[in-house]
Ligand binder design. Structure first.
Ligand code: NAD
Ligand code: UFG
Length: 335
């Protein structure tokens, strides 16, 4: 059985779908602070088997110890955490507590139960403002906000742990920009309030929920002046996790890899691709740069290809079509 922390969330729920397809049994722990219980029903429909679900917090040590005693867990996929960059600047202690203490408590419970295989959600945010693109895993790391710092610190904690106890098998997966949704349209990204990220915002403009998109800056040193990112389909991303699990099983060790496509798209290219996929127009206005944003960021994805025999295959059109399918059903649900 695989324990999935944060398994009701955006990436965690897709990972559960991929794990179920690969024949794994799943136990989800999620405190539903940023997700809905109904995701579990959708996962049951998608995979034909209802995943075990426990509503709870990974910082609740007695709950976690009990779960590890009750179930035979082979590995942990650790998605639980807070992820909004701006909010992390306003609430640093909450972010450090949830992300760092949450991970420490999880590791403690795992060690007590001798469960020593962990797949951790890190982020391209650990590269800060990159010196060059594409970004290899060896690039210098830095943090410009508490969210990013929590990822840096957790990466270091995991390296220290592996340095001290080399029977752990740990993957630190650095995600670029996950977008898209399960092709069924049953699960997807459901941000609360005004979306921070580009793709969910574009999707809400396309449905008419929002009037226009603010494009944060068109004077960056990029081909059209708008920010460039490496958008990766969430299904590719989670398949990368399943490949990482397989890798750890065979090779063990401490694995650190980028999960990206290796290709960057600008904000204007994203708008155009979404308009084509949805048949709707996405009005936009050029606004000031968003504080803390970088000009461009895309992955050197060669290491994942070499070590995991995995690469992202879904193209931008599919990312947009799948987001649109999900957005339409989510909009209906919210009416
Ligand atoms: P999400 O908010 O949709 O999912 C996180 C889930 O964890 C939610 O369901 C939430 O309820 C749960 N959770 C939070 N704190 C918890 C706690 N203490 N105990 C139990 N459950 C808890 O976010 P996501 O986009 O699916 O991201 C998953 C992971 O991937 C996060 O660690 C995030 O930092 C990382 N990540 C995300 C992105 C991205 O762009 N989405 C990029 C890089 C890294
Ligand atoms: N953008 C807009 N308008 C919006 C939202 C975004 O123009 O309303 C632009 C941004 O300026 C940027 C691009 O769209 O150029 C992508 O922005 P996102 O907020 O979608 O993504 P970021 O690359 O800024 O950050 C995301 C996550 C971080 C994570 C990082 C790398 O939010 O947590 O990817 O994985 F660290």
């Amino acid at each position: 059985m695989i324990l999935v922390t944060g398994g009701a969330g955006y990436i965690g729920s897709h990972a559960c779908a991929a794990l179920a397809s690969a024949g794994h049994e799943i136990l989800i722990v999620d405190n539903l602070s940023n997700s809905r219980r109904s995701v579990i029903d959708e996962l049951a429909v998608l995979s034909g088997v209802r995943p075990l679900f426990v509503e709870g917090d990974i910082r609740d040590s007695s709950l976690m110890n009990n779960l590890f005693r009750k179930y035979t867990v082979k590995a942990v996929f650790h998605f639980a955490g807070l992820k909004a960059v701006g909010e992390s600047v306003q609430k640093p202690l909450e972010y450090y507590d949830n992300n760092i203490r949450g991970t420490l408590d999880l590791l403690d419970a795992m060690r007590r139960a001798s469960v020593k295989t962990l797949i951790f959600s890190s982020s391209a945010t650990v590269y800060g403002d990159p010196e060059r693109v594409p970004i290899p895993e060896s690039a210098p790391r830095s943090a410009t906000n508490p969210y990013g710092r929590s990822k840096l610190v957790i990466e270091d904690i995991l390296a220290d742990l592996y340095g001290a106890e080399d029977d752990w098998r740990i993957a630190r997966l650095r995600y670029f920009n996950p977008v898209g949704a399960h092709p069924s349209g049953r699960i997807g990204e459901a941000p609360q309030g005004i979306p921070n990220n580009l793709m969910p915002f574009i999707a809400q403009v396309a449905t008419g929920q929002r009037e226009f998109l603010n494009v944060y800056g068109n004077d960056y040193p990029t081909p059209d002046g708008t920010g460039v990112r490496d958008y990766i389909h969430v299904m590719d991303l989670v398949e990368g996790h399943v490949a990482a699990l397989e890798y750890l099983r065979n090779a063990g060790g401490l694995l650190t890899v980028n999960l990206g496509t290796g290709q960057g798209y600008s904000v204007l290219e994203m708008i155009k691709a979404f308009e084509q996929a949805s048949g709707r127009s996405v009005p936009y206005r050029i606004a000031a740069r968003r504080p803390g944003d970088i000009a461009q960021c895309w992955a050197d994805s060669s290491l994942a290809r070499e070590l995991l025999d995995w690469k992202a295959t879904r193209k931008l059109a599919e990312m947009c079509t799948d987001t649109w399918r999900w957005q339409k059903s989510a909009a209906m649900f919210n009416q």
